[in-house]
Design a protein around this ligand. Structure first.
Ligand code: FAD
Length: 346
Protein backbone atom coordinates (compact mmCIF):
# COMPACT_ATOMS: atom_id res chain seq x y z
CA UNK A 1 0.00 0.00 0.00
CA UNK A 2 1.29 3.49 -0.92
CA UNK A 3 1.50 6.22 1.69
CA UNK A 4 -0.23 8.71 -0.56
CA UNK A 5 -1.84 9.41 -3.93
CA UNK A 6 -1.10 12.94 -5.19
CA UNK A 7 -3.44 14.56 -7.73
CA UNK A 8 -2.32 17.50 -9.92
CA UNK A 9 0.58 18.21 -12.24
CA UNK A 10 1.51 21.81 -11.45
CA UNK A 11 4.13 23.21 -9.06
CA UNK A 12 2.01 22.04 -6.10
CA UNK A 13 1.70 18.44 -7.26
CA UNK A 14 5.38 18.18 -8.19
CA UNK A 15 6.49 19.73 -4.90
CA UNK A 16 4.30 17.37 -2.87
CA UNK A 17 5.70 14.41 -4.80
CA UNK A 18 9.26 15.47 -3.96
CA UNK A 19 8.46 16.36 -0.36
CA UNK A 20 6.99 12.91 0.29
CA UNK A 21 9.73 11.14 -1.66
CA UNK A 22 12.50 13.00 0.18
CA UNK A 23 10.96 11.99 3.51
CA UNK A 24 10.99 8.32 2.49
CA UNK A 25 7.24 8.05 1.84
CA UNK A 26 5.84 6.06 -1.06
CA UNK A 27 3.72 7.92 -3.61
CA UNK A 28 1.52 7.47 -6.63
CA UNK A 29 1.22 10.72 -8.58
CA UNK A 30 -1.69 11.29 -10.98
CA UNK A 31 -1.75 14.34 -13.26
CA UNK A 32 -3.36 15.09 -16.56
CA UNK A 33 -0.53 17.40 -17.67
CA UNK A 34 -3.06 19.86 -19.06
CA UNK A 35 -1.73 23.39 -19.50
CA UNK A 36 -2.12 25.07 -16.14
CA UNK A 37 -1.14 28.15 -14.24
CA UNK A 38 2.24 26.54 -13.58
CA UNK A 39 2.92 26.23 -17.31
CA UNK A 40 2.58 30.01 -17.69
CA UNK A 41 4.46 31.06 -14.55
CA UNK A 42 7.85 32.68 -14.93
CA UNK A 43 8.69 31.05 -11.59
CA UNK A 44 10.23 34.19 -10.07
CA UNK A 45 10.72 34.04 -6.31
CA UNK A 46 11.18 37.19 -4.31
CA UNK A 47 10.49 37.74 -0.59
CA UNK A 48 9.39 41.40 -0.82
CA UNK A 49 6.06 42.90 -1.92
CA UNK A 50 7.45 45.27 -4.51
CA UNK A 51 4.52 47.65 -4.59
CA UNK A 52 4.77 48.81 -1.02
CA UNK A 53 8.14 47.38 0.08
CA UNK A 54 7.01 45.01 2.81
CA UNK A 55 8.05 41.43 3.52
CA UNK A 56 5.76 38.71 2.22
CA UNK A 57 4.06 36.53 4.81
CA UNK A 58 6.59 34.16 6.51
CA UNK A 59 9.32 35.35 4.14
CA UNK A 60 12.23 34.05 6.18
CA UNK A 61 10.65 30.64 6.85
CA UNK A 62 10.03 30.15 3.15
CA UNK A 63 13.51 31.31 2.15
CA UNK A 64 15.18 29.07 4.71
CA UNK A 65 13.35 26.18 3.16
CA UNK A 66 13.56 26.57 -0.60
CA UNK A 67 17.31 26.43 -1.19
CA UNK A 68 18.02 23.06 0.50
CA UNK A 69 14.76 21.68 -0.90
CA UNK A 70 15.42 22.45 -4.57
CA UNK A 71 19.10 21.50 -4.13
CA UNK A 72 18.07 18.00 -3.04
CA UNK A 73 15.66 17.78 -5.98
CA UNK A 74 18.42 18.89 -8.36
CA UNK A 75 20.71 16.18 -6.96
CA UNK A 76 18.15 13.53 -7.90
CA UNK A 77 17.35 15.11 -11.27
CA UNK A 78 21.03 15.69 -12.03
CA UNK A 79 20.06 19.01 -13.55
CA UNK A 80 19.51 22.53 -12.37
CA UNK A 81 16.00 23.95 -11.84
CA UNK A 82 16.58 26.92 -9.53
CA UNK A 83 18.62 29.89 -10.60
CA UNK A 84 19.64 32.81 -8.41
CA UNK A 85 19.05 36.07 -10.30
CA UNK A 86 18.91 39.50 -8.65
CA UNK A 87 15.62 41.38 -8.77
CA UNK A 88 16.13 45.09 -9.44
CA UNK A 89 13.13 47.23 -8.59
CA UNK A 90 13.08 50.26 -10.88
CA UNK A 91 12.44 53.29 -8.65
CA UNK A 92 9.87 55.64 -10.12
CA UNK A 93 10.88 58.91 -8.48
CA UNK A 94 13.00 60.42 -5.72
CA UNK A 95 10.24 59.96 -3.16
CA UNK A 96 10.18 56.23 -3.84
CA UNK A 97 13.96 56.15 -3.63
CA UNK A 98 13.82 57.68 -0.14
CA UNK A 99 11.09 55.23 0.88
CA UNK A 100 13.26 52.33 -0.29
CA UNK A 101 16.21 53.52 1.81
CA UNK A 102 14.03 54.08 4.87
CA UNK A 103 12.21 50.74 4.64
CA UNK A 104 15.40 48.75 4.01
CA UNK A 105 16.55 49.75 7.49
CA UNK A 106 13.55 48.16 9.16
CA UNK A 107 14.35 45.04 11.20
CA UNK A 108 12.04 42.82 9.13
CA UNK A 109 13.44 44.06 5.80
CA UNK A 110 17.15 44.57 6.50
CA UNK A 111 17.97 41.02 5.44
CA UNK A 112 15.85 41.31 2.28
CA UNK A 113 16.71 44.71 0.74
CA UNK A 114 20.04 46.36 -0.09
CA UNK A 115 19.81 49.86 1.37
CA UNK A 116 21.76 51.87 -1.17
CA UNK A 117 19.95 52.06 -4.54
CA UNK A 118 22.03 51.22 -7.59
CA UNK A 119 22.57 53.81 -10.32
CA UNK A 120 24.15 51.30 -12.67
CA UNK A 121 23.02 51.97 -16.20
CA UNK A 122 21.66 49.08 -18.26
CA UNK A 123 21.81 49.82 -21.96
CA UNK A 124 18.29 50.07 -23.39
CA UNK A 125 16.53 50.51 -20.03
CA UNK A 126 15.43 53.92 -18.81
CA UNK A 127 15.79 54.22 -15.03
CA UNK A 128 16.55 57.81 -14.03
CA UNK A 129 15.93 57.19 -10.33
CA UNK A 130 17.97 54.02 -10.02
CA UNK A 131 17.07 50.57 -8.75
CA UNK A 132 16.39 49.03 -5.35
CA UNK A 133 17.99 45.58 -5.17
CA UNK A 134 16.19 42.73 -3.42
CA UNK A 135 18.23 39.93 -1.83
CA UNK A 136 17.61 36.15 -2.08
CA UNK A 137 15.78 36.19 -5.41
CA UNK A 138 15.75 34.14 -8.59
CA UNK A 139 13.54 31.91 -10.64
CA UNK A 140 12.40 28.34 -10.72
CA UNK A 141 12.64 26.98 -14.25
CA UNK A 142 9.07 25.78 -14.00
CA UNK A 143 8.95 23.89 -17.29
CA UNK A 144 12.13 21.96 -16.48
CA UNK A 145 10.99 21.32 -12.90
CA UNK A 146 7.67 19.88 -14.04
CA UNK A 147 8.85 17.83 -17.00
CA UNK A 148 11.99 16.47 -15.28
CA UNK A 149 10.04 15.60 -12.13
CA UNK A 150 7.39 13.76 -14.13
CA UNK A 151 10.09 11.80 -15.96
CA UNK A 152 11.82 10.96 -12.67
CA UNK A 153 8.67 9.51 -11.09
CA UNK A 154 7.54 7.90 -14.36
CA UNK A 155 10.82 5.96 -14.46
CA UNK A 156 10.02 4.68 -10.96
CA UNK A 157 6.47 3.71 -12.01
CA UNK A 158 5.12 6.26 -9.56
CA UNK A 159 3.52 8.66 -12.05
CA UNK A 160 0.55 8.21 -14.31
CA UNK A 161 -0.76 10.68 -16.85
CA UNK A 162 -4.55 10.77 -16.37
CA UNK A 163 -7.42 12.88 -15.15
CA UNK A 164 -8.59 11.49 -11.84
CA UNK A 165 -12.27 10.57 -12.02
CA UNK A 166 -13.62 11.48 -8.58
CA UNK A 167 -16.51 9.04 -8.85
CA UNK A 168 -14.13 6.11 -9.14
CA UNK A 169 -12.39 6.86 -5.88
CA UNK A 170 -13.13 4.35 -3.13
CA UNK A 171 -12.70 5.90 0.31
CA UNK A 172 -12.76 4.64 3.88
CA UNK A 173 -11.31 6.38 6.90
CA UNK A 174 -7.86 4.82 6.65
CA UNK A 175 -7.67 3.83 3.02
CA UNK A 176 -8.29 5.12 -0.51
CA UNK A 177 -8.33 3.06 -3.64
CA UNK A 178 -8.24 4.21 -7.26
CA UNK A 179 -7.93 2.07 -10.40
CA UNK A 180 -6.19 -0.74 -8.51
CA UNK A 181 -3.87 1.61 -6.55
CA UNK A 182 -4.26 1.45 -2.76
CA UNK A 183 -3.00 4.20 -0.50
CA UNK A 184 -3.43 5.38 3.06
CA UNK A 185 -4.31 8.93 1.98
CA UNK A 186 -4.81 11.22 -0.99
CA UNK A 187 -3.78 14.86 -1.48
CA UNK A 188 -5.57 17.00 -4.04
CA UNK A 189 -3.48 19.75 -5.67
CA UNK A 190 -5.57 20.58 -8.72
CA UNK A 191 -5.14 24.37 -8.86
CA UNK A 192 -8.34 25.80 -10.31
CA UNK A 193 -9.57 22.23 -10.87
CA UNK A 194 -10.48 22.38 -7.17
CA UNK A 195 -13.89 23.61 -8.27
CA UNK A 196 -14.69 20.09 -9.53
CA UNK A 197 -13.55 18.36 -6.36
CA UNK A 198 -16.55 16.93 -4.47
CA UNK A 199 -14.85 17.18 -1.04
CA UNK A 200 -13.19 20.60 -1.25
CA UNK A 201 -15.05 22.60 -3.92
CA UNK A 202 -16.72 24.79 -1.27
CA UNK A 203 -13.40 26.43 -0.32
CA UNK A 204 -13.37 30.09 -1.40
CA UNK A 205 -10.93 29.87 -4.29
CA UNK A 206 -11.02 33.07 -6.33
CA UNK A 207 -8.92 32.63 -9.44
CA UNK A 208 -6.94 35.50 -10.88
CA UNK A 209 -6.17 35.60 -14.57
CA UNK A 210 -2.61 36.44 -15.57
CA UNK A 211 -1.05 37.02 -18.96
CA UNK A 212 2.57 37.25 -20.06
CA UNK A 213 4.46 37.98 -23.26
CA UNK A 214 7.68 36.44 -24.47
CA UNK A 215 9.66 38.98 -26.45
CA UNK A 216 12.79 38.74 -28.57
CA UNK A 217 15.11 41.68 -28.01
CA UNK A 218 18.56 40.94 -29.46
CA UNK A 219 20.09 44.24 -28.28
CA UNK A 220 19.25 43.73 -24.61
CA UNK A 221 21.93 42.29 -22.32
CA UNK A 222 20.23 41.66 -19.02
CA UNK A 223 21.55 39.73 -16.04
CA UNK A 224 18.88 40.95 -13.64
CA UNK A 225 15.13 40.65 -13.38
CA UNK A 226 13.83 44.20 -13.78
CA UNK A 227 10.64 44.95 -11.87
CA UNK A 228 8.81 48.12 -12.84
CA UNK A 229 5.05 48.16 -13.39
CA UNK A 230 5.78 44.80 -15.11
CA UNK A 231 8.58 42.25 -14.83
CA UNK A 232 11.21 41.94 -17.54
CA UNK A 233 13.14 38.72 -17.05
CA UNK A 234 15.92 37.10 -19.09
CA UNK A 235 14.74 33.70 -20.28
CA UNK A 236 16.92 32.29 -23.05
CA UNK A 237 19.28 33.91 -25.51
CA UNK A 238 17.58 37.13 -26.71
CA UNK A 239 14.25 35.99 -25.20
CA UNK A 240 12.61 37.71 -22.22
CA UNK A 241 9.43 37.25 -20.17
CA UNK A 242 7.23 40.31 -19.72
CA UNK A 243 4.44 40.10 -17.21
CA UNK A 244 2.12 39.91 -15.71
CA UNK A 245 -1.46 41.13 -15.62
CA UNK A 246 -3.81 40.51 -12.65
CA UNK A 247 -7.51 40.21 -13.37
CA UNK A 248 -10.06 38.98 -10.86
CA UNK A 249 -13.04 39.43 -13.14
CA UNK A 250 -12.58 37.63 -16.44
CA UNK A 251 -14.90 36.04 -18.96
CA UNK A 252 -12.37 33.95 -20.87
CA UNK A 253 -9.20 32.11 -19.85
CA UNK A 254 -7.61 32.83 -23.25
CA UNK A 255 -5.01 35.54 -23.98
CA UNK A 256 -6.66 38.88 -24.76
CA UNK A 257 -5.78 41.87 -26.93
CA UNK A 258 -6.40 44.22 -23.98
CA UNK A 259 -3.81 42.47 -21.81
CA UNK A 260 -1.30 42.42 -24.65
CA UNK A 261 -1.72 46.18 -25.17
CA UNK A 262 -1.49 46.78 -21.42
CA UNK A 263 1.79 44.83 -21.15
CA UNK A 264 3.26 46.60 -24.18
CA UNK A 265 2.34 50.02 -22.85
CA UNK A 266 3.95 49.31 -19.45
CA UNK A 267 7.05 47.72 -20.99
CA UNK A 268 7.68 50.63 -23.31
CA UNK A 269 7.81 53.11 -20.44
CA UNK A 270 11.29 51.74 -19.69
CA UNK A 271 12.47 49.44 -22.51
CA UNK A 272 13.92 51.64 -25.22
CA UNK A 273 15.08 49.00 -27.70
CA UNK A 274 13.28 47.41 -30.67
CA UNK A 275 11.74 43.99 -29.93
CA UNK A 276 9.22 41.56 -31.33
CA UNK A 277 6.58 39.55 -29.50
CA UNK A 278 7.09 35.82 -30.04
CA UNK A 279 4.49 34.42 -27.65
CA UNK A 280 1.53 35.47 -25.51
CA UNK A 281 0.16 33.15 -22.79
CA UNK A 282 -2.48 33.22 -20.10
CA UNK A 283 -3.27 31.22 -16.98
CA UNK A 284 -5.52 31.35 -13.94
CA UNK A 285 -3.69 31.68 -10.64
CA UNK A 286 -5.32 29.74 -7.80
CA UNK A 287 -5.75 32.68 -5.43
CA UNK A 288 -7.75 32.76 -2.21
CA UNK A 289 -9.84 35.43 -0.55
CA UNK A 290 -7.37 35.94 2.31
CA UNK A 291 -4.23 35.33 0.18
CA UNK A 292 -3.20 32.31 2.23
CA UNK A 293 -2.99 28.73 0.93
CA UNK A 294 -5.56 26.01 1.58
CA UNK A 295 -4.09 23.13 3.57
CA UNK A 296 -5.88 20.53 5.63
CA UNK A 297 -8.14 17.53 5.67
CA UNK A 298 -11.77 16.84 4.92
CA UNK A 299 -14.15 16.76 7.90
CA UNK A 300 -15.73 13.42 7.03
CA UNK A 301 -12.66 11.65 5.71
CA UNK A 302 -9.50 12.60 7.57
CA UNK A 303 -7.28 10.92 4.96
CA UNK A 304 -8.44 13.28 2.18
CA UNK A 305 -6.20 16.36 2.05
CA UNK A 306 -6.12 19.56 0.04
CA UNK A 307 -3.03 21.56 -0.99
CA UNK A 308 -4.02 24.61 -2.99
CA UNK A 309 -4.24 28.41 -3.11
CA UNK A 310 -0.57 29.08 -3.88
CA UNK A 311 -1.65 32.38 -5.48
CA UNK A 312 1.11 34.15 -7.35
CA UNK A 313 4.00 32.70 -5.37
CA UNK A 314 4.02 28.93 -5.74
CA UNK A 315 7.74 28.57 -6.42
CA UNK A 316 8.58 30.14 -3.05
CA UNK A 317 5.77 28.99 -0.80
CA UNK A 318 5.08 25.42 -2.00
CA UNK A 319 8.23 23.74 -0.57
CA UNK A 320 7.67 25.19 2.91
CA UNK A 321 3.89 24.70 2.85
CA UNK A 322 4.23 21.07 1.75
CA UNK A 323 6.59 20.47 4.67
CA UNK A 324 3.96 21.94 7.02
CA UNK A 325 1.35 19.54 5.64
CA UNK A 326 3.67 16.56 5.95
CA UNK A 327 4.56 17.41 9.54
CA UNK A 328 0.89 17.78 10.44
CA UNK A 329 -0.01 14.39 8.96
CA UNK A 330 2.85 12.26 10.29
CA UNK A 331 4.15 14.11 13.34
CA UNK A 332 1.00 15.68 14.73
CA UNK A 333 2.24 19.28 14.27
CA UNK A 334 -0.41 21.98 14.10
CA UNK A 335 -0.76 23.59 10.68
CA UNK A 336 -0.19 27.35 10.82
CA UNK A 337 -3.75 28.56 11.43
CA UNK A 338 -3.54 31.07 8.55
CA UNK A 339 -3.21 28.18 6.05
CA UNK A 340 -5.43 25.62 7.77
CA UNK A 341 -8.77 25.24 5.97
CA UNK A 342 -10.36 24.94 9.41
CA UNK A 343 -10.38 28.78 9.32
CA UNK A 344 -13.47 28.52 7.08
CA UNK A 345 -15.40 26.20 9.41
CA UNK A 346 -17.78 28.93 10.45
C1 FAD B 1 0.83 34.83 -15.80
C2 FAD B 1 1.26 34.16 -14.53
C3 FAD B 1 2.53 34.41 -14.03
C4 FAD B 1 2.93 33.81 -12.84
N1 FAD B 1 4.21 34.03 -12.39
C5 FAD B 1 4.63 33.41 -11.28
C6 FAD B 1 5.97 33.59 -10.83
O1 FAD B 1 6.77 34.28 -11.45
N2 FAD B 1 6.34 32.94 -9.67
C7 FAD B 1 5.49 32.13 -8.98
O2 FAD B 1 5.88 31.56 -7.96
N3 FAD B 1 4.21 31.96 -9.39
C8 FAD B 1 3.76 32.58 -10.51
N4 FAD B 1 2.48 32.41 -10.92
C9 FAD B 1 1.56 31.66 -10.06
C10 FAD B 1 1.75 30.18 -10.22
O3 FAD B 1 1.59 29.88 -11.56
C11 FAD B 1 0.74 29.42 -9.35
O4 FAD B 1 0.88 29.77 -8.01
C12 FAD B 1 1.00 27.92 -9.48
O5 FAD B 1 1.08 27.58 -10.83
C13 FAD B 1 -0.08 27.09 -8.83
O6 FAD B 1 0.30 25.76 -9.02
P1 FAD B 1 -0.68 24.56 -8.73
O7 FAD B 1 0.09 23.31 -8.98
O8 FAD B 1 -1.32 24.73 -7.41
O9 FAD B 1 -1.86 24.71 -9.82
P2 FAD B 1 -1.80 24.51 -11.39
O10 FAD B 1 -0.54 25.01 -11.95
O11 FAD B 1 -3.05 25.08 -11.93
O12 FAD B 1 -1.78 22.94 -11.59
C14 FAD B 1 -2.86 22.10 -11.31
C15 FAD B 1 -2.76 20.88 -12.22
O13 FAD B 1 -3.63 19.86 -11.77
C16 FAD B 1 -4.27 19.29 -12.89
N5 FAD B 1 -5.55 18.67 -12.49
C17 FAD B 1 -6.69 19.29 -12.10
N6 FAD B 1 -7.65 18.40 -11.83
C18 FAD B 1 -7.11 17.17 -12.07
C19 FAD B 1 -7.63 15.84 -11.97
N7 FAD B 1 -8.87 15.58 -11.60
N8 FAD B 1 -6.79 14.81 -12.30
C20 FAD B 1 -5.51 15.05 -12.67
N9 FAD B 1 -4.97 16.29 -12.77
C21 FAD B 1 -5.77 17.35 -12.47
C22 FAD B 1 -4.47 20.48 -13.82
O14 FAD B 1 -4.71 20.07 -15.14
C23 FAD B 1 -3.14 21.20 -13.65
O15 FAD B 1 -2.18 20.67 -14.54
C24 FAD B 1 2.05 32.96 -12.13
C25 FAD B 1 0.80 32.69 -12.65
C26 FAD B 1 0.39 33.28 -13.85
C27 FAD B 1 -0.96 32.97 -14.40
Amino acid sequence: MKDVIIVGGGISGATLAWQWFLQGKSIHWIADEKQSSSHVAAGVFNPVVLKRFSPIWKAQEQLDFIFPFYKEVENYLKSSVLEMVPVWRRLHDQKERSTWIRKSNRDDLANLMITEPSDTSISGIEAGNGYGIVKHTGWLNTMAYLSDSIKFFQDRNEFIKASLDYEKLDITNDHVSYNGIDAKAIIFAEGNGLRNNPWFHQLPLQGNKGEILIIKCPGLKLEQIIKSSVFLMPYREDLFWVGATYEREYTSAEPSDEAREFLISKLETFLKLPYEIVDHKSGIRPTTIDRRPFLGSNKDYKNLYVFNGMGSRASLIAPWASQQLLESIYNGHQLPKEMDIARFDN
